[in-house]
Ligand binder design. Sequence first.
Ligand code: ARG
Length: 286
Amino acid sequence: MPLTEPTTTPSPAPTATARVATRRRLLMCRPRHYDVTYSINPWMHPENSTDPALAVRQWERLRELYRELGHFVEEIDPVVGLPDMVFAANGATVVDGKVYGARFRHAQRTAEGPAYLGWFERRGYRDVLWPEYVNEGEGDFLTVGRRILAGTGFRTDPRSHAEAQEFFGLPVTSLTLVDPEYYHLDTALAVLSDDEVMYYPAAFSEGSRAVLRTMFPHAILATAEDAAVFGLNAFSDGRHVLLPEAATGLKSQLSARGFEPVGVGLSELLKAGGSVKCCTLELRDR
Ligand code: ARG
């Protein structure tokens, strides 16, 4: 039988499907000791003033939104002297009930690693790995269904990508960030469902952009404007997507795909270079 030429059949573009939310368990840390006292990313200007009371109110609103949507929010006690501890996403990566601990790049945040791991150990999590390599938790490890996307370039050591793959037994894809304003993967890419993401292409190296196109040919692409208001620092439960309210372009792109965007105001936390997703660590228990 003669062989036929291989054809590349383009997969159909996604249409607005009925979106189903699933209940999530989340870990958050009240910004009781929040402030911008040092600068470890381009968004942080310690010379400008912050409003700690407003930061708490904005954070409480985010927590309320999660609860109103039916999610279960746990809290870890904030520690004096760790102003960035509010960014719970950086505290660990949890998949199938296994906890891969964080090891921070900068001295100012080093103590957060054991603070978070201690919480998991006290909570009875047994499968806990104290990491050998620098990695900033879900800031750079994003789970998409049964795959993990892993950022590097500014914070997380690429050797931790292999460490995580071995620990979780799930395929880990390395992605290189190239723009210091998007220093964590979760500032440049958000997971929307088990097989959909949205991202800002210019934050990635050319090779990583090609990888993302191959893996997610129909991904929502963010404009520079939406990325700059941290629109990609979003949390999705499969239906509702909580994201900074200023990301108006992304909101309409999400609606067109059948998601329900929920705008959140976290202006005070943006002064430290964080927003919705940074404040949220997902506890993916078995
Ligand atoms: N000031 C913190 C830092 O630079 C912000 C962390 C934001 N967290 C995140 N998941 N992107 O480390």
